[in-house]
Design a protein around this ligand. Structure first.
Ligand SMILES: Cc1cc2nc3c(=O)[nH]c(=O)nc-3n(C[C@H](O)[C@H](O)[C@H](O)COP(=O)(O)OP(=O)(O)OC[C@H]3O[C@@H](n4cnc5c(N)ncnc54)[C@H](O)[C@@H]3O)c2cc1C
Length: 403
């Protein structure tokens, strides 16, 4: 970090550029018109309407952009995926229409990297085709999620089974998920980062209970967009459902969270870009006086200028980090990942706040997607590590260079 090389962005071929333009057109034409179904909570109608768009995404080569070709994905580099994800992020339905939404994308990655052939057959294959969804259950209401080494969920070996007991919350997508990757302590005596393991638990296993979908900022969502409180009571699964080795839970979680964080940043850039478009359009057209529109006011001009500058700078940092990960691997650029996680989350929050203010009362209701994102993406500064933990880790590593 002390010596920062000149950013080296890979060149984008004309055919990839054309793909991005086509994707933008699909999002505008096919997904944005469906957002009102999502905002109205019309789940059945939305799922029906999304099915042909998913088929179109498959046909046009956008399905599973983050997954290697051997597993039926597009095999894009992380840098290319960043550009794709930015376009998808312009709609709240973008990622789910291509099966690259969290937490499924992360779970696919874990199963591709660490799953046994049997685990891949049972859990990964239907996830890749979009037949099922999944969830990742690590955080517990009783303990600090920022430092999850303190965890009450236990998996105790009994013959060829694990018996799992635990209480989790904010398990994204749990409502309707077919299986969970559960973080559970398998050896309480081991060193803190070697005590837990990741275990696959089908949702229809006896003893699993969905307690509730948590109301986030007053809105109880459903399906892939829900966050649930769940319980595992004497849940019994075969030892063959262990991912990797016993005690590797945190190691695998880190492998999963690195790309997961950059995927979020890329999606947030898409949200920023749409919020900016909406704000600029509103400012340029909202009649304020007989001779002036809202955008003639200097305050609004300053906000738009600041929004754009912040979005562009975050975009360069995120794409630069993606390109570096492609070249050097995620460990080498972990500082950049920490930096873009809190920086982009901050840009997102400020962009949404300014876009909402520019829209006045319209910004407060669900006639635009801004209020939805304002509610849901406040959590960007909390999930996958709160701002403070990333800043702390980043600053400590920065100081090391000067000791
Ligand atoms: C919308 C949403 C979706 C989520 N999805 C999932 C999921 O799918 N699966 C899952 O397992 N978990 C999920 N989580 C949980 C998330 O990972 C945790 O909320 C997060 O790790 C923070 O843990 P905590 O909420 O327990 O906060 P705590 O650990 O109690 O921390 C509270 C606050 O303290 C501050 N803080 C923490 N550490 C430090 C520090 N070292 N220095 C200074 N300040 C600090 C931060 O501001 C933090 O927000 C989700 C959370 C949200 C909000």
């Amino acid at each position: 970090m002390n010596f920062t090389p000149v950013p080296d962005f890979p060149s984008v071929t004309p055919s990839f550029q054309a793909k991005l333009e086509r994707l933008k057109a699909i999002v505008d034409e096919h997904l944005i018109p469906l957002e009102s179904l999502m905002l109205a909570g019309n789940q059945d109608a939305l799922e029906g309407a999304l099915a042909p768009v998913k088929a179109l995404m498959k046909k046009e080569g956008f399905w599973l952009p983050q997954v290697p070709k051997d597993f039926g994905g597009q095999g894009f580099s992380l840098y290319e995926h960043g550009l794709i994800s930015e376009q998808l992020g312009r709609s709240m339905l973008g990622h789910v229409s291509c099966n690259c939404q969290a937490p499924d994308a992360g779970n696919m990655e874990v199963l591709i990297e660490r799953g046994t052939p049997a685990q891949q057959d049972t859990f990964l294959k239907p996830l890749l085709t979009g037949e099922i969804r999944s969830a990742f259950a690590m955080t517990e209401p009783e303990h600090a999620g920022s430092n999850p080494v303190i965890m009450s969920t236990r998996a105790v070996r009994d013959g060829d089974d694990y018996v799992i007991n635990g209480h989790k919350w904010y398990t994204t997508g749990a409502d309707g998920a077919a299986f969970f990757i559960v973080m559970a302590v398998t050896d309480p005596e081991a060193a803190p980062h070697e005590a837990a393991s990741q275990i696959l638990v089908p949702a229809d296993t006896k003893g699993y209970r969905h307690i509730r979908n948590i109301a986030v900022m007053g809105e109880t969502c459903w399906g892939h967009n829900s966050h649930a409180e769940i319980e595992f009571k004497d849940v019994r699964v075969p030892v063959s459902n262990l991912i990797g080795k016993e005690g590797e839970g945190f190691k695998i979680a880190q492998q999963r969270l690195g790309p997961g964080r950059i995927h979020h940043c890329m999606r947030w850039l898409g949200i920023c870009s749409r919020a900016f478009e909406l704000a600029a359009r509103y400012a340029a057209n909202r009649q304020l006086t007989h001779t002036q529109v809202l955008g003639d006011q200097q305050a609004i001009q300053f906000w738009l200028a600041e929004m754009r500058a912040e979005i562009e700078s975050a975009r360069l940092l995120v794409l630069d980090t993606a390109a570096r990960i492609d070249r050097e691997g995620q460990y080498a650029v972990r500082n950049n990942v920490s930096m873009i996680k809190f920086h982009t989350a901050g840009v997102l929050q400020r962009t949404l706040d300014r876009a909402l203010q520019i829209h006045g009362a319209l910004g407060m209701c669900d006639d635009t997607p801004i209020a939805f994102w304002y509610r849901h993406e406040r959590a960007a500064r909390i999930y996958d590590g709160p701002d403070e933990t990333h800043k702390r880790a980043f600053a400590r590593r920065l100081m090391k260079e000067f000791e």
